[in-house]
Ligand binder design. Structure first.
Ligand SMILES: [Zn+2]
Length: 191
């Protein structure tokens, strides 16, 4: 299963609302779960925390979030359909983020520490979720995907905020300006 990577233009669209949960939607959700776990098998140091439908090329507002963000052995995910941010709160904090669609690059991304969202569960039940810290960050990252936004967009060019994971699983600083020069399209800077 192919996870799209930047600069694929399908990662940059505003996705359509689902509204009605059909068998086609359930099928997209199971493909997302399979793709997340398949990705994890080939990335021993990383956990596949979440995924958004556009990362598999589906133009739909669907995200899946790992039920336990700290335990790789727990492979269950919750799907959230048509998720919307109701409110953000708390402090703005920088922390590391990576993305299946931005291979091997990590960044220190500023985000609010608290978020309130509403969404539908896979069976159509409406839910409201209050989240903090890493779950809030993950939800905001995934909802961004549904609007064509990637985590790299939140980092200002002049900050020393980018890292690359080496083959031992350690993060090493990346010289952002050199990286852009070498591959402007990857960073969305080719306009
Ligand atoms: Zn992502």
């Amino acid at each position: 299963m192919n996870i799209l990577t930047t600069p694929d233009p399908r990662l940059r669209i505003k996705c359509r609302k689902v509204n009605k949960i059909t068998p086609e939607i359930s099928d997209i959700i199971s493909q997302m779960r399979d793709a997340s776990l398949e990705w994890e098998e080939s990335h021993p140091y990383e956990l596949s925390a979440a995924m958004a439908a556009p990362q598999l090329g589906f133009d739909r507002r669907i995200i899946i979030i790992r039920d336990d963000l700290d335990d790789k052995k727990n492979t269950s995910f919750t799907a959230l359909i048509d998720p919307e941010v109701i409110k953000t709160d708390g402090k703005i904090k920088k922390d590391y983020e990576g993305c299946l669609s931005v291979p091997a690059i990590y960044g220190l991304v500023p985000r609010p520490t608290k978020v309130k969202i509403k969404a539908l569960l896979e069976d159509g039940t409406p839910v409201r979720i209050k989240a903090e810290d890493s779950l809030a960050r993950t939800l905001l990252h995934e909802i961004d995907h549904l609007n064509g936004i990637l985590f790299i967009d939140h980092i200002k060019d002049d900050e020393k905020a980018f890292f690359r994971m080496n083959d031992k699983g350690d993060l090493e600083p990346v010289d952002y300006l050199t990286e852009i020069e070498n591959n402007p399209a990857l960073w969305g800077k080719d306009e």
